[in-house]
Design a protein around this ligand. Structure first.
Ligand code: EPU
Length: 441
């Protein structure tokens, strides 16, 4: 999202952090489930929906397409899509959020056509939608581009075999949403299998879809003619949980993250342990703290079940406090290190490299992209005025400011509001000295 609101966070560093935070429902599941509900003419009800900007935008699009949206309580929303009457995804919203592209499949099921202008999202690289377009074409969709608008059309989607060039989360979701109502069987190979996708598949099954998960990243879908409305619960946000875990450990704090789900954090917890973090798990959440100093580690981000790219910025910030040299190899986005320059100005010692550091080469080998980082620590951080470039970088900047000596001003806070609910309240509730102000000028 590039639009700016005028507010900023004022953060005074150095306060010890302890207490409890409650993780919300996952942004990257809730938004997809809401979009999937448009496959049915009936009412769908979702629980554990996070109150964040991306959910708001998703619901705005639903309303613009003719759905009726009603919040039942603070985390429960109902969508009635029986009155849908529009196949054009409004640019006003799609330009602000990448997930908008996923409306294409339900619109094709409902109307046989969908129009989409450019999609937005965090600036982490080029982020094209070619896998979506190629996959949909395999299922019989005709795609034309004209004046920055894609026109998608299909009289009836037909099942097919699709092998993705990369296990893209969005493209897998798009194809699942298209395949569940296509005629016959669709096989999606080299697909993404993230927990948020499992959540989507669970919801689709509850609506009446037939979806099998096969070995080796394969989804098999037998198309059905009808989808019914149902109630479904969004999984907890494993990115928010990991963000607060990294914050607790980096600041030598002690935070119980209620709703942190071990099953979805296995890789993160292993890495945190290697870096010197401590945690105790119970049925309701995980307590994070540390006894000793932090140790350097080597991280390579990857698709699930690898180390999530969205855990990377908070974890890299944690590594600025480790005693020694860490390596972070980012293999999902070519431009994920856009946040580093500001952290360097705050005193972190980070060098970026175009080569693939770590144990394996990735898609960005022999490119000019700075996608590996060498982080030397521990660094004493000092307060600075910084502007947030993207959602997860935003959390890392807040971490840096909470660790730093002095008072930092952080602008671009709308990026954080896209994905973290009740953000200021949660940081303040564990002792972080943070407030929001309308920026001067
Ligand atoms: N890609 C293509 N062509 C495509 C689709 C993807 O080249 O048609 C490339 C992307 O440019 C990227 C890689 O494939 O280099 C992975 O992209 P993917 O499609 O998997 O990501 P996404 O669906 O756009 C979702 C999350 C991201 C998360 C990634 C990876 C949502 C709304 N977003 O994005 O979350 O980083 O999967 O796990 O689900 C965030 O929450 O802050 C966030 C950025």
């Amino acid at each position: 999202m590039t639009a700016h609101d005028n507010s900023c966070f004022i953060i005074e560093g150095g306060a010890p952090l302890s207490g409890e935070v409650q993780v919300a429902g996952a942004k990257n599941a809730a938004t997809k489930l809401i979009i999937a509900s448009l496959l049915s003419n009936d009412v769908c009800r979702f629980h554990n929906v996070p109150r964040i900007r991306d959910v708001e935008l998703t619901l705005n699009i639903c309303e613009a397409l003719g759905c009726v949206v009603e919040w039942i309580d603070h985390a429960c929303v109902e969508i009635d899509s029986s009155g849908m009457n529009e196949h054009r995804i409004p640019f006003k919203y799609s330009g602000a959020m990448r997930t908008s592209v996923l409306f294409v499949a339900p619109l094709l099921q409902r109307f046989g056509s969908a129009d989409l202008q450019t999609v937005g999202g965090c600036n982490l690289g080029k982020r094209p939608i070619d896998y979506h377009i190629d996959g949909l074409s395999n299922l019989g969709v005709e795609v034309e581009e004209e004046d920055h608008t894609y026109h998608f059309a299909a009289t009836r989607l037909a099942g097919a075999k699709v092998e993705l060039a990369y296990p893209s989360v969005g493209a897998t979701e798009q194809l699942l949403l298209a395949a569940v109502g296509a005629k016959g069987r669709t096989v999606i190979e080299n697909a993404a299998i993230e927990p948020e996708i499992q959540n989507l598949v669970g919801f689709l099954q509850s609506m009446g879809a037939i979806v099998y998960q096969d070995a080796c990243r394969t989804w098999i879908v037998d198309g059905v003619d009808e989808f019914r409305g149902c109630s479904y619960t969004v999984i907890n946000d494993r990115i928010e949980a990991a963000s607060f875990a990294a914050l607790a450990v980096a600041t030598a704090g002690d935070v119980y993250v209620r709703g942190a789900d071990q099953e979805h954090l296995i890789t993160f917890l292993n890495m945190l342990r290697k870096a010197g973090g401590e945690f105790e798990i119970d049925a309701a959440g995980i307590r994070f703290h540390r006894k000793n100093g932090l140790k350097p580690v080597v991280i390579e981000t990857d698709v699930h079940p690898g180390f999530m790219t969205d855990w990377q910025p908070p974890f890299a910030l944690l590594l600025t406090q480790a005693d020694g040299v860490s390596i972070v190899h980012e293999t999902v986005y070519e431009h994920r290190f856009g946040y580093v320059e500001a952290i360097q100005r705050m005193g972190a010692c980070i060098q970026l490299h175009t080569s693939c550091l770590g144990n394996k080469s990735c898609r960005f080998l022999n490119t000019h992209f700075d996608h590996s980082a060498i982080i030397s620590g521990p660094s004493r951080l000092v307060a600075r005025n910084v502007e947030i470039p993207d959602l997860r970088a935003g959390f890392a900047y807040v971490m840096a400011a909470l660790l730093a000596e002095g008072t930092s001003t952080i602008s671009g806070v709308e990026n954080v509001k896209r994905g973290y609910s009740y953000f200021i309240e949660k940081i303040a509730s564990i002792g972080g000295r943070i407030r929001e102000e309308i920026a001067a000028g």
